[in-house]
Design a protein around this ligand. Structure first.
Ligand code: SF4
Length: 591
């Protein structure tokens, strides 16, 4: 309020001094207020624009001082303008355009000058309005603020009646008055306002008429349902409602009728309804037990990779689509004029360069601190880029050059990271469980789970090993709040640590995620093996859920952002933030 009050001239008189102000000063105060009004509709913006133009003129020209009420009255009279349609120039037209419906209030109802006027809302609940105080601005506050200019609760009914009488007196042509007979929000019948009866008395020139006469005069209650005798349908709504109306004017259950006539639509409608409720069903991913029931022990023939298990942890529904039903998005690459390699292709290229750099440097006796180490890494990157260029056409040489420069920057980051702590690696891109047997990961008291995968790097630290996995994105999602397993979305740490120990026959002290790219800022996220001891049991529990037919959606729509099955779940991609997903909402609400 401070800046507005500063810009507003003094209103109250100080002792023995009459308040004085010029219209220019009052205009400055109003401008200050308008500048703080938030943007509204196009019409609001047009109104503000017009008012500001007038205020500018007042401020520049009407500088002679007078008493404050007179100055305010001058400004008010100059601001009483009609607002034209948005983006039109010149003054607002006096006559209304044909083919439009004009909505107005009682005060301005006749301004459009139309031959037909409909006065709606004349039920006794809404007209002349409640005599209860406005809870937002109580009467005593209105008295203090408005100095008799703000209407009080007791005055509002009288004002509304006066405005209606004035409106009817002004109107020409045909006037139709109506009231709603039913309040659907409260499921109760409404009665007409006395003004409707008064209108009938005046129209019939009979002061003895009562509400029974009014009821008889009104005859049939109109509703959205077309009357059988009216044969013209104005729009698709009329067409549908006529088809759904019974001969005695009641509405059939259209949704049910359409669902029965079109079974697939019916199934879709039931699925949509299931998501609104809180009962678990096949529509919400609880597809039920097999007969006889399965256990995860029965799934031991299917050895899952760490990334698939992470997919199960992130969204069992996605796992169902991709790995049980084996649904795959069409292999139909879309041309993107601004991108050559997608995230997966870029990541695999960098993984190849990182592996070969360490491997070939080791074979040739090149130390990480040597200049030749960086030269080798960049040469390998260039070779990989050349190979990818032959495999994947780039949209333009410029795009390829930009992406190649980015890849070389990432290789620089990797070299910096290696130089900071040269690893004594003992295995690179180490496969485990790729045979039909898999590697057994202890799962607490239950049977071990079988897994397979590929570990980027295993370092030898003498008495123990350390497992490293490269990530070519940022470390988003690895913060402290996400926990060790991030709700089952992060399992490589536990599985890789256990697998490396089993394959290499040596204890592992921790597993590290490395982010050796510019975006990843060479960060390291470390998980001590003592914190990973429940990973196998967690995987066993997840597999037990899958065996029992539990495939609910994720509970976090962040998982839906880059999901191949968005269309199946009705998820619309968004540019920023998390996309809305009804299935994920159901899970978050109920599980
Ligand atoms: S869109 Fe969301 S809910 Fe649907 S499968 Fe993908 S991650 Fe799961």
């Amino acid at each position: 309020m401070g800046p507005i009050l500063d810009a507003t001239p003094e209103v109250r008189a100080s002792k023995n001094v009459a308040p004085s102000a010029s219209p220019a000063e009052v205009a400055a105060g109003v401008k200050s207020l308008l500048a703080r009004v938030t943007d509204g509709t196009d019409t609001d913006d047009t109104a503000r624009d017009r008012l500001l133009r007038i205020l500018d003129r007042i401020e520049a020209t009407l500088t002679r001082r007078t008493d404050f009420p007179s100055a305010a009255a001058i400004v008010r009279s100059l601001l009483a303008i009609r607002i034209p349609a948005p983006r039109t120039e010149g003054t607002a037209p006096w006559s209304s355009a044909a083919g439009h419906l004009y909505l107005s209030d009682l005060r301005h109802g006749s301004a459009a000058g139309r031959p037909f006027t409909f006065i709606v809302g004349l039920d006794s609940t809404h007209f002349p309005g409640s005599a209860i105080e406005d809870p937002l601005l109580l009467d005593r506050e209105r008295v203090r603020l408005g100095q008799d200019e703000l209407s009080l609760a007791r005055d509002r009914a009288a004002d509304a009646r006066f405005n209606l009488a004035q409106l009817v007196a002004r109107l020409r042509g045909t006037v139709t008055m109506s009231y709603a007979r039913w309040d659907p929000a409260e499921a109760r019948a409404l009665s007409p306002a006395p003004e409707l009866l008064q209108a009938l008395r005046l129209a019939k020139a009979d002061a003895t008429l009562n509400f029974e006469h009014l009821d008889h005069h009104l005859r049939v209650t109109e509703s959205r349902l077309p009357r059988p005798e009216v044969r013209v349908d104005l729009d698709a709504g009329d067409l549908w409602l006529r088809a759904l109306a019974t001969s005695d004017g009641r509405l059939r259950n259209g949704v049910e009728a359409v669902g029965l006539a079109h079974p697939r639509l019916g199934r879709g409608l039931r699925a949509a309804a299931a998501l609104e409720g809180d009962v678990a069903s096949v529509h919400t991913g609880i597809i039920g037990q097999r007969d006889p029931p399965l256990s995860y022990h029965d799934l031991r023939g299917r050895i899952l990779s760490a990334s698939r298990l992470e997919a199960l942890g992130a969204c069992p529904r996605r796992f169902l689509f991709a790995n049980v039903l084996r649904v795959a998005p069409p292999d139909d690459p879309e041309f993107d004029p601004h991108r050559w390699l997608d995230a997966l292709q870029r990541g695999s290229l960098l993984h190849e360069v990182y592996e070969q750099t360490l491997r070939q440097a080791g074979e040739r006796g090149i130390e990480p601190g040597d200049d030749a180490f960086l030269v080798l890494a960049l040469q390998l990157a260039d070779d990989e880029v050349a190979r990818k260029t032959r495999q994947i056409p780039s949209p333009s040489p410029v795009v390829r050059q930009i992406e190649t420069a980015g890849l070389r920057e990432d290789v620089h980051s990797f070299v910096e990271m290696i130089r900071r702590a040269p690893p004594r690696w003992t295995a690179l891109e180490m496969d485990f469980g790729m045979d039909d047997i898999g590697v057994e990961i202890p799962a607490g008291e239950g049977a071990p789970v079988l897994a397979r995968g590929r570990i980027d790097r295993v370092d030898d630290h003498g008495s123990h090993l350390r497992v490293v996995d490269y990530k070519t994105g940022t470390d988003y999602g690895h913060g402290g709040k996400s926990g060790v397993y991030r709700g089952g979305r992060r399992l490589q740490n536990a599985l890789y640590a256990a697998a490396a120990a089993a394959v290499q026959g040596k204890p592992v002290d921790c597993m590290e995620y490395h982010f050796p790219t510019r975006r990843g800022e060479n960060r390291v996220r470390r998980y001590a093996v003592s914190d990973l001891r429940h990973g196998g049991a967690l995987v066993a529990m997840m597999l037990e859920g899958a065996a029992a037919g539990w495939f609910p959606a994720t509970d976090d729509t962040d998982d839906c952002r880059f999901c191949d099955f968005q269309a199946l779940c009705g998820v619309k991609p968004v540019e920023w933030g998390k996309p809305p997903c009804r299935l994920a909402d159901w899970t978050a609400r109920n599980l």
